[in-house]
Design a protein around this ligand. Structure first.
Ligand code: HAM
Length: 439
């Protein structure tokens, strides 16, 4: 039986046109992270499953993790997210390095999910995290960096918004006001996390299974109807839990100095499915009616390092996935056309005895940082332009029998269709012509 040519379900082959899109996105991600002084890091593809058992949450562990027992009887998993690896790495060095620690990475992650629009089994995810930042400032910086990634890709506030909540608010409501036990609180969190993905009837059914008192049902419904930062502050005050909004209010005082306010919306349904979040939580959401989904998720986690018996160093960060981001860019028509490669020049000759000149000229240009594609055999005039077009070159260098004899070259700007003959000795003149052809 012939083998399938398709990639494994939920993964992608990145043919050059798709890889060009991905490279473009990653370059912007990296540039934005570096603009805030974030340093690049990476970790292993495999981790012991215990690392995720500690704090990642039951959905990830029970349904989504790719795990196996290795030859040494260790139970390992392909990383489904980067935060536990990051926390493990930070736990090794946090005592020695000055705070805050600002790191970023673009790892590929694997989750066993049902492949659909926006969800695959392998995705890449920009992770930016800051450790040891003062309360509120770390959150504002991380969100500002996230906004800048979107802006650098051509998006504006009409394309996306940042939905914000605070787990301290939700904790205070459930624990102190509604006096729920840990198990019920855990279930209620999971219900809220799913609330946008299910119908109101399904939500009602899930909640009724928790047997909440009518007073608590009322409080829960009131909570889910909150629509602004002011409304949540007032509501928690009414519940005698004003303290739980202090950090949120502090963050909101800092946010305007980073021009964040136009992007922020309070959303009571944002609690995040991962268990380690303890403070501000957020998701970037696509505003296009055809693509209403989370593009990015993150938040503050104060005690993840405790699983390594280390003192708690507060962290804040986000994960921005390439699958959802690519859908976002394409739906809003923000993705440039990468169907063709981009090169500076295509060089060809028409006679066998010009081939060595083609190669030496190409080498000179490459040493001057140009992207150069050469024909490896003599070409007919028509074919030269056909191949130049396919190579994505902005200009063409052609050597016919006269040029080969005189050690000259005809350079043609493919956009303006202008052409000039240059001596092969005059590299700087050639360079000027080719660079101008970039347009
Ligand atoms: P997450 O919400 O699980 O958070 O994932 C963050 C983003 O990764 C999602 O909003 C989505 O864009 C993308 N993503 C997740 N799963 C898939 C999938 N199966 N297919 C395509 N894209 C996906 C985390 O992973 C946290 N560790 C982020 C974080 C970093 N929090 C603090 N620092």
């Amino acid at each position: 039986m012939a083998l399938s040519k398709s990639p494994y379900r939920g993964t992608r082959d990145f043919f050059p046109n798709l890889k060009r899109e991905r490279d473009w996105i990653f370059q912007h991600m990296e540039k934005s992270a570096k603009a805030y002084g974030y340093e690049s890091y990476d970790g292993p593809l495999l981790e012991e499953v215990d690392l995720y058992l500690a704090k990642s949450g039951e959905e990830l562990i029970n349904d989504q993790i790719y795990s196996f027992t290795d030859r040494g009887e260790r139970f390992v998993a392909i990383r489904p997210e980067m935060t536990p690896t990051l926390a493990r790495m930070i736990s090794q060095i946090h005592r020695e390095v000055p705070k805050p620690i600002r790191w970023f990475s673009i790892p590929n992650l694997m989750r066993y999910e049902k492949p659909q629009r926006g969800r695959l089994r392998e995705h890449w995810q920009l992770n930016c995290d800051i450790f040891g930042a003062p309360e509120g400032l770390g959150e504002a910086e991380i969100l500002s960096l996230l906004v800048d990634v979107f802006l650098s890709l051509g998006a504006t506030q009409k394309h996306f918004q940042l939905l914000i909540n605070d787990r301290r608010v939700v904790d205070a409501l459930f624990k102190n006001k509604m006096k729920l036990d840990e198990a019920t609180i855990y279930k209620l969190y999971k219900i809220i996390d799913k609330s946008k993905k299910v119908t109101p009837e399904a939500l009602g059914k899930m909640t009724s299974e928790l047997n909440l008192s009518s007073e608590n049902q009322q409080l829960f419904a009131e909570y889910l109807s909150l629509e602004s930062f002011q409304a949540v502050v007032d509501f928690m005050k009414k519940c005698d839990q004003a303290d739980s909004t202090t950090a949120l209010v502090k963050f909101l005082e800092i946010a305007p100095s980073m021009n964040l306010m136009p992007y922020l919306t309070y959303d009571p349904t944002i609690v995040r499915g991962l268990d380690y979040y303890t403070g501000l939580v957020f998701e970037a959401f696509d505003l296009h009616p055809e693509n209403k989904r989370a593009l990015c998720g993150g938040g503050a986690y104060s005690s993840l390092l405790k699983i390594f018996n280390e003192e708690p160093v507060p962290g804040v960060g986000f994960g921005l996935g390439d699958v959802t981001l690519t859908d976002f860019l394409k739906t809003h028509q923000l993705m440039p056309d990468f169907s063709k490669p981009i090169n500076d020049i295509f060089i060809a000759c028409q006679e066998e005895n010009g081939l060595h000149l083609v190669q030496s000229f190409a080498q000179e240009l490459r040493r001057n940082n140009l992207q150069v594609v050469t024909a490896l055999e003599p070409l007919k005039f028509k074919k030269v332009f056909n191949m130049a077009e396919k190579s994505g070159a902005h200009s063409v260098a052609l050597m016919g029998s006269d040029e080969i004899a005189n050690k000259t070259v005809v350079l043609k700007n493919l956009k303006t269709q202008t052409q000039e003959t240059f001596s092969l000795d005059k590299i700087s003149d050639c360079l000027a012509f080719i660079l101008k052809s970039r347009g």
